[in-house]
Write a protein that binds this ligand. Structure first.
Ligand code: BGC
Length: 741
């Protein structure tokens, strides 16, 4: 190391943390000084968040009232105001307020701002943390260029019920994978440090338990053991908090009888005390007021009191804080110190973003134009989209398709669809940018190659459609590619379904086309795991494409023609039928496990369905094949302070270069609390050329063997562990035993 490097090292190790803490002090001091100047009304003003649809619309009484509230310092944040022009205009009103406290502009930038990326569940199927982080970064960059400071993402709710429409917005069923994806997304949105004009504040939502809404019905109650809460649902939130997520959002559901919004166990005890979280908590839309119909608060005033006491810092659209908090403080029901704490948390973020130095920092017209027209974003979106595709079946290697000499018939209601490709939660999408599957396939073929097309049927509705034309073109083709699934608005918020089969007549269309005897490749597009038993049994190939965003058509065509070798793996279990739900891979053995599927009498089984899913968590095929051999453990026994290295040889035994997601699962054989049959504890996405081979290693330490024991302490218990390496949760290739001493 030369002198220059030595000095740089000293600065990094010693001076940077000091400088960071000095800057922190400065912000804290600035917050305190500002707070001293604020009246109670101005403080409460910071705790209100309004939706801005009307504030930028035509003149109306609502608009006048809102503008007056902003001018009088009664609003801390606006949601749904976007674009440099509008954010500038509204921020200018805030600058007329007595203390000139800037507004925070927030928006649901869930999977892209202008460039729409795959829905979050699809991206989770990539198991590619760098790609996921980059996707969030581009979304943040575009949003920040359009005046946005804060996105209500990522949703880090673990979801194990595909009836729940919001399963599309998260990372799937697994706590380990979900926690890593939560961190990737937070870092992608926020960048290294808040304040960059290519980053926005992230928001870990919905705290907590929302994904476990009873019977998969949105906004429903949640009832779960403490054990389940700590082991399955809280870790992604903790991971997001540790990664520095700027804000949390609470949730609509109750948790064991207490609405999350009025839940001080969650927000005060766990989040703010135990985890020492310094950011702020925003309520979900109207969730403070909703504690009244829940039967937890007498009226809006009571709801406001319960929410602020429980640790909800900002009121999104209930207007209960605005209407009642001042009175509650004056009556002595709410200590002013609680208001001060909430205000400080919010002001701190405004300082960190640099808004006090320049309230228009994010509202620069030139940057908006440059960033939103950056053609490179499309290329990134296409790359993320093709990584998100999961190949479920490829009988006789019908895929990849050849580009020449093959007559293809494209059949199905989603072949030419554009809007559906973007899925739910788009905030500024430009539908003219979307590539349909038809366009994607056409783009791969020589100009004069004939491409047959027929819609076949609609997605919704049960009118008997006429399949004649579809069957006619199927008869003329060498191969049929069908595009089937849901419309964009069949999953997402408030889109729970009891029947998650393919809607309408689509499966009938498939069966009719299949009966022509032509090979059929089915591309399924949806915002959730669907049930499609006939297709699973009879299709020659199945490509699960979710909703892939603007570049959907190109990305799917890349996979269909082998320009990209699929590498996605399911982040969530696909059941065979609705009766199996909730179904996941972390199930328990029970006292009566089914060992022989033929003999299920008095076993933990169904008499009308297997226990196993249609497709298991972690499953996904490639155009090449991989072999797993030579498992070794560096030791068969370890003490709590040791590490054991698990290694094996991965070989690409097929004809194509490709990536394999190798998965490490662990099973604690006997414990003070019964453990699932397996739990994901590591994975790697490994690229190998055809014929290439690599040694892959995972390190097992105490952490990987720990769980919440019978006293709810995170600990590893001595005993035997099964170590499993697999290509899917139900396709374990190598196993070994080890002992924790
Ligand atoms: C959703 C939140 C979202 C908020 C603001 C609510 O209905 O549950 O996830 O961030 O609306 O749009």
């Amino acid at each position: 190391m030369n002198n220059k490097q030595r000095i740089r090292l000293i600065i990094t190790i010693f001076l940077m943390p000091l400088m960071a803490s000095a800057q922190k002090k400065t912000i804290s001091q600035r917050v305190d000084s500002l707070l001293r100047l604020m009246t109670l009304d101005e403080k409460i003003g910071q705790l209100n968040q309004y939706s801005g649809k009307q504030v930028t619309g035509p003149e109306s009484k609502v608009k006048t009232d809102l503008i007056n509230d902003i001018r009088n310092g009664r609003v801390g944040s606006m949601l749904n105001v976007k674009g440099v022009k509008d954010t500038r205009e509204i921020q200018a009103v805030a600058m007329q307020s007595r203390l000139k406290i800037p507004l925070l502009f927030s928006l649901d930038v869930i999977h892209g701002y202008k460039t729409v990326f795959p829905i979050p569940l699809a991206e989770a199927a990539s198991w590619d943390l760098d790609a996921i982080r980059l996707s969030a970064h581009i979304a943040a960059k575009e949003a920040a260029a359009a005046g946005i400071h804060w996105t209500f993402a990522p949703m880090v709710d673990i979801a194990r019920d595909p009836r729940w429409g919001r399963i599309m917005e998260g990372a799937g069923e697994d706590t380990y994978l979900g926690s890593l994806i939560a961190v990737a997304r937070v870092k992608g949105f926020q960048g290294e440090q808040l304040g960059g004009t290519d980053a926005v504040m992230a928001c870990a939502k919905h705290f907590a338990g929302y994904g476990a809404a009873m019977a998969g019905r949105d906004y429903n109650a949640v009832d779960m053991s403490e054990h389940q809460l700590w082991e399955t649902y809280l870790p992604p939130f903790k991971a997001a908090a540790d990664a520095g997520v700027a804000t949390f959002m609470n949730s609509f559901n109750t948790l064991n009888g207490i609405p999350a919004t009025g839940n001080s166990y969650l927000q005060r005890n766990i989040l703010k005390r135990k985890w020492n979280y310094q950011g702020f908590v925003v309520s979900d839309w109207g969730s403070i007021g909703e504690m009244v119909p829940w039967g937890f608060a007498n009226n809006d005033a009571d709801a406001a009191e319960k929410a602020i006491k429980a640790g909800s810092d900002m009121d999104m659209e209930s207007r209960t804080y605005k209407s009642y908090l001042a009175k509650l403080v004056k009556e002595g029901k709410v200590p002013e110190a609680l208001i001060d704490d909430a205000v400080k948390r919010i002001l701190y973020k405004k300082f960190e973003l640099g808004l006090f130095d320049n309230p228009y920092k994010f509202s620069d017209a030139k940057r908006e134009a440059d960033v939103l027209n950056d053609g490179g974003h499309k290329t990134i979106a296409r790359n993320v989209a093709r990584k998100s595709i999961v190949l479920l079946k490829n009988q006789g290697n019908v895929l990849p398709l050849t580009k020449s000499k093959t007559k293809i018939a494209l059949i199905g209601p989603l072949v030419k669809s554009k809007r559906d490709m973007d899925g739910s939660w788009t905030v500024n999408a430009d539908t003219t940018q979307i590539t349909s599957l038809y366009e994607g396939v056409k783009g791969k073929l020589a100009k004069k190659t004939e491409l047959l097309y027929e819609k076949g049927c609609n997605i919704s509705g049960n009118d008997k459609p006429d399949f004649t034309e579809a069957l006619r073109i199927a008869g003329q083709a060498d191969i049929v590619v069908m595009a089937l699934g849901e419309t964009w608005d069949m999953s997402g918020e408030a889109k729970s379904r009891t029947n998650i089969h393919l809607p309408g007549q689509q499966e009938a269309l498939f069966n009719a086309v299949k009966a022509t005897g032509k090979p059929v490749v089915v591309v399924l597009m949806a915002g959730r795991p669907l049930i499609f038993s006939d297709i699973a049994a009879k299709a020659n190939a199945i490509v699960y494409a979710w909703w892939l965003g603007d570049e959907a058509g190109n990305a799917i065509a890349d996979v269909l023609f082998g320009d990209y070798n699929p590498s996605g793996k399911l982040p969530v279990t696909f059941p065979r039928n609705e009766g199996q739900i909730p179904l996941g891979y972390t199930y328990y053995n029970t006292g009566r496990p089914v060992k022989n599927p033929e003999n299920i009498i008095y076993k933990s089984a169904y008499i009308d369905s297997p226990n196993t899913p249609q497709y298991a968590f972690g499953y996904g095929l490639s155009y090449t094949s991989f072999s797993y051999t030579d498992l070794t453990l560096s030791a068969a026994k370890m003490h709590h302070t040791d590490n054991v290295t698990v290694s094996f040889r991965l070989t690409n035994t097929g004809k194509y270069a490709g990536e394999e997601v190798v998965q490490l699962y662990v099973h604690d054989e006997v414990a003070s609390v019964v453990r699932p049959v397996k739990e994901l504890k590591g994975f790697q996405k490994v690229f190998l050329k055809a014929g290439e081979s690599k040694t892959v290693s995972f390190v097992i330490n105490k952490e990987k063997l720990s769980f919440y024991n019978s006293k709810l302490q995170w600990a590893a218990e001595p005993g035997n562990f099964e170590i499993m390496i697999g290509t899917a949760s139900d396709d374990i290739k190598l196993t070994a035993e080890m002992e924790l001493l």
